[in-house]
Design a protein around this ligand. Structure first.
Ligand code: KG4
Ligand code: ZN
Length: 343
C-alpha cells in the first residue's frame, strides 16, 4: 500500500510518499517540502495570509516533485492534515487532497497533524511501543501519551501561553538575532554560561499543573533583564542570556517529560517538532533519559520539522488500524483536539 501525505498547516507545504510494509513500519519514497519561512522573516512571525498564498503557489509543483521522486503516478490512498493549524493554510492542502482523491478515485484520510510528529519516528526507529511524546515547535508544545499510533492520543499537558519555539523566536528577536531565531540563539548560547542568570522555571510549583507549560513569564524575565542592563549602561551579556534562557526551557521541558514517563510507567520518550533541533533540549533529554532508564527516540532534524512524510506515515497507521475513509466533504478543524486522530 502506497500512501501520499499532504501537509499545509503552517508555513511548510509538504508532500510525502511512503510504502506501508505491513509490519507497522513504512519506507520513505519521497519527501518534498517548500517553505515560506523567508517570506515571514521581516514580520518576525508567520503571517497567515502570506502562508496561504505561498501554499497555493507551491502545492502543485511540490506534488509533481514528490510523485516523480517516488516514481509513483497514483498512490493507493491520500492522507492530509485536517488540523490543528492556520485555517487558510489548512484549506489549501485539504482542497488539493480532495481534488486528487476524487480525480484518482482513491480514499482520503483527514488526519491530525500532531500524531504525525510522533508517527514519523517509526521510519527511522521501527515499531513504536507505548510512549510519552514531547512536541515542541513554533506552533505547539504538547506532552502526549501514545499507546497506539492508529488510535486516539491522550494529551497530558500543553502550554498555557506561548509555544516553546515561539519563546525562542521572541527572545532571539529581543537579543537582535533575527527570525526564526531559535537556531541562532542555540549557536550563541554555546558561548555562554547556562547558570549565569537564574531565569524562572514556569509552572513548576507544587500547586501547578504537573504537565502544563508556561513560557511567557520567562520571556518577560529576559526582557526585564535586558532592559535593566540597557538602563544602567551595561553591555547585554548576550551569550549568557541565551544560554541561561535555553537552560530554563530545556530544564522544564525535559523535567516534565520524564515526570510523565515515571507517572505513567512508560519507558520510551519520543521528541518531535522543529525546536527539538535545539542542542540543549537534546542533550538534557539524553542525560535525564539515561538516568531514568528511559529510551529516547528523536527523528532526524529534517523529519522533526513539518513535512508530508509524517502525515503519510500516520495515515498508513490509521488505515491499517481499520479507520473508515473520510468524506470528501470533510471540513478543516484549525483547533482540532489531539484526542481525535482522524475524521
Ligand atoms: O516545526 P517547525 O519547523 O515549525 C513549526 O513551528 O511548526 O519549528 C520551528 C520552530 C521555530 O520556532 C524555530 O525557532 C525553532 O523551531 N527552532 C529552534 C531550533 N531550531 C529550530 N529552537 C531552538 N533551538 C534550535 N536549534
Ligand atoms: Zn508541526
Amino acid at each position: 500500500m502506497i500512501v501520499m501525505g499532504i501537509e499545509s498547516s503552517c508555513d511548510e507545504t509538504g508532500v510525502g510518499i511512503v510504502e506501508w510494509n505491513g509490519d507497522t513500519t513504512t519506507t520513505l519514497l519521497a519527501d518534498e517540502v517548500a517553505s515560506s519561512v523567508d517570506e515571514h522573516a521581516r514580520y518576525g512571525g508567520v503571517v497567515p495570509e502570506v502562508a496561504s498564498r505561498a501554499h497555493l503557489e507551491a502545492i502543485v509543483p511540490t506534488m509533481r516533485r514528490a510523485r516523480s521522486a517516488a516514481g509513483v503516478d497514483r498512490p493507493d490512498a491520500i492522507a492530509v492534515t485536517i488540523g490543528p493549524g492556520l485555517a487558510g493554510a489548512l484549506l489549501v492542502g485539504v482542497a488539493a487532497a480532495k481534488a486528487y482523491a476524487a480525480a484518482w478515485d482513491v480514499p482520503l484520510y483527514a488526519v491530525n497533524h500532531l500524531g504525525g510528529h510522533v508517527a514519523v519516528d517509526t521510519l527511522e526507529h521501527g515499531p513504536m511501543p507505548p510512549c510519552v511524546a514531547l512536541l515542541v515547535s513554533g506552533g505547539h508544545t504538547h506532552l502526549l501519551r501514545v499507546d497506539d499510533l492508529g488510535a486516539p492520543i491522550v494529551e497530558l499537558g500543553t502550554t498555557v501561553d506561548d509555544a516553546a519555539g515561539e519563546a525562542f523566536d521572541k527572545v532571539a528577536r529581543l537579543l537582535g538575532l533575527g527570525y526564526p531565531g531559535g537556531p541562532a540563539l542555540d549557536t550563541v548560547a554555546a558561548q555562554g554560561d547556562p547558570n549565569a542568570i537564574a531565569f524562572p522555571r514556569g509552572m513548576t510549583g507544587p500547586r501547578d499543573a504537573r504537565y502544563d507549560f508556561s513560557f511567557s513569564g520567562l520571556k518577560t524575565a529576559v526582557a526585564r533583564f535586558v532592559e535593566k542592563c540597557e538602563r544602567v549602561g551595561d553591555v547585554v551579556p548576550i551569550a549568557d542570556v541565551a544560554a541561561s534562557f535555553q537552560e530554563a526551557v530545556a530544564d522544564v521541558l525535559t523535567r516534565k517529560a520524564l515526570r510523565a514517563c515515571a507517572d505513567t510507567g512508560v519507558d520510551t520518550l519520543v521528541l518531535g517538532g522543529g525546536a527539538t533541533a535545539n542542542s540543549r533540549i537534546r542533550s538534557l533529554a539524553a542525560e535525564r533519559c539515561a538516568d531514568a532508564g528511559v529510551t529516547l527516540r528523536i527523528p532526524r532534524p529534517r523529519l522533526c520539522t513539518d513535512n508530508g512524510v509524517m502525515i503519510a506515515t500516520l495515515g498508513a497507521h490509521i488505515i491499517a488500524g481499520g479507520a473508515p475513509a473520510s468524506s470528501l466533504r470533510v471540513a478543516t478543524d484549525p483547533s482540532m483536539s489531539v484526542q481525535i486522530s482522524s475524521y
